[in-house]
Design a protein around this ligand. Structure first.
Ligand SMILES: Cc1cc2nc3c(=O)[nH]c(=O)nc-3n(C[C@H](O)[C@H](O)[C@H](O)COP(=O)(O)OP(=O)(O)OC[C@H]3O[C@@H](n4cnc5c(N)ncnc54)[C@H](O)[C@@H]3O)c2cc1C
Length: 347
């Protein structure tokens, strides 16, 4: 029986990652089914507002540790506080969202608390004594069922694999402040500078993703400016291809993804890479343009609800996984498709 569930709420300077609410929503459902309690753990500086939101998202209890040393992501300090909170609250289950920070801290918590961690979980079954977690393995070809024989059982949840609950503004509560000792000097990590990136839809949280593969640069009808050498001309062509992808993404409120071939060729930054060595995404709609569908790419997106592929090769493997396929040149297909969708969504 899972009586106490502790959810780590991942946030950046007080702004929660949507996947944190997905994790809390799951904890609330398990608690309701098992007669247990879902508690939220928030670490940071000036994060009172988040505590209020956690109650609105259904937390029965909120533990808050506020300190200027907890403002930035310094894993050693945060892990110490998580350990102290877990030792005090004694949860049977701890849930972390699968953000980069959440994944790091879940691993550290498992070591500190001498237990196991089940990562990238897409389904949880909580009948009986223990949690049974499901996670994709071998690039998503198989699903593994996992159990953790020690407590607390720790899981990280794949983003968007679980529903995000609706907040209830009528709910409130009083957070419990944790009195934690922070040994800032002992931490090996110092945050020197934070540079904010130009805003855009986050790949991990996006419900729609438009992705460009190597095909973005393969536009036979487009002439690059004559003064560019071959390598620069390829990048220039890729930029024109990604501009088409961005236009469609803007119309759909989507994030822009990329294959590793696009990233390795320097067409777009690594942040956009989807796949085994990039981000794992599960949007409602994934539009793959000029992407062949290599197994390493599929590992990052095959759990998308609807996959649309645009590829000029009718035998491209991506078509075996796509619900809808368009055989043709993405550079010719994207402009009218974008216009049609824009008109459709406008009216
Ligand atoms: C250890 C390891 C990890 C990896 N991790 C990743 C990862 O995380 N993510 C990832 O994506 N890959 C990863 N890869 C690389 C992967 O194996 C593929 O090489 C890569 O996914 C191919 O990218 P692509 O589909 O863009 O390019 P290609 O395989 O070259 O495919 C391009 C596609 O575009 C089509 N095309 C060409 N021109 C047009 C056009 N004008 N219009 C429409 N279609 C067109 C072609 O028909 C082709 O199908 C990894 C590989 C290894 C070994």
């Amino acid at each position: 029986m899972t009586n106490k569930i502790l959810v780590y709420l991942d946030h950046f300077h007080g702004k929660a990652q949507p996947s944190s609410w997905e994790a809390l929503g799951l904890a609330v459902r398990i608690a309701a089914d098992t007669g247990g309690e879902a508690a939220a753990l928030i670490l940071g500086d000036n994060v009172q507002e988040l505590a209020g939101l956690a109650f609105q998202y259904g937390a029965g209890q909120v533990f808050l540790a506020e300190n200027p040393d907890l403002k930035d992501f310094r894993p050693e300090i945060l892990a110490d506080v998580i350990k102290a909170a877990a030792e005090e609250y004694q949860p049977e289950l701890m849930i972390f969202p699968t953000t980069t920070r959440g994944r790091t801290l879940a691993g550290m918590a498992a070591v500190d608390l001498d237990t196991g961690v089940m990562v990238d979980v897409i389904d949880l079954d909580w009948e009986g004594e223990q949690i049974r977690a499901t996670r994709p393995i071998y690039a998503g070809k198989l699903l593994a069922k996992l159990q953790c024989s020690s407590t607390p059982q720790i899981v990280t949840l794949r983003t968007r694999a679980f529903d995000k609950p609706e907040p209830d503004a009528s709910k409130s509560g009083t957070a419990t402040h944790l009195d934690v000792k922070i040994d800032s000097a002992a931490a090996q990590t110092k945050v020197l500078d934070i540079q904010e990136k130009a805003s855009g839809v986050s790949l991990s949280d996006a419900s729609v993703i438009v992705t460009g593969g190597r095909g973005v640069a393969l536009n036979a009808k487009l002439e690059a400016p004559a003064d560019l050498d071959e390598a620069a001309a390829e990048i220039w062509k890729a930029q024109q291809g990604f501009a088409l992808i961005q236009k469609l993404a803007d119309v759909l409120g989507a994030a822009v993804g990329a294959s590793r071939a696009s990233v390795d060729a320097g067409y777009i930054e690594y942040d956009h890479q989807v796949g085994q060595t990039g981000k794992v995404v599960s949007p409602d709609l994934y539009i793959a343009c000029g992407v062949s569908g290599a197994i390493q790419h599929l590992a990052g997106m095959r759990s998308s609800k609807v996959i649309v592929a645009i590829n000029k090769d009718p035998d491209a493997p991506i078509f075996s996984f796509a619900r809808f396929g368009i055989v043709g040149d993405m550079h010719e297909i994207l402009p009218p498709l974008t216009e049609e969708l824009k008109a459709y969504l406008a009216g």
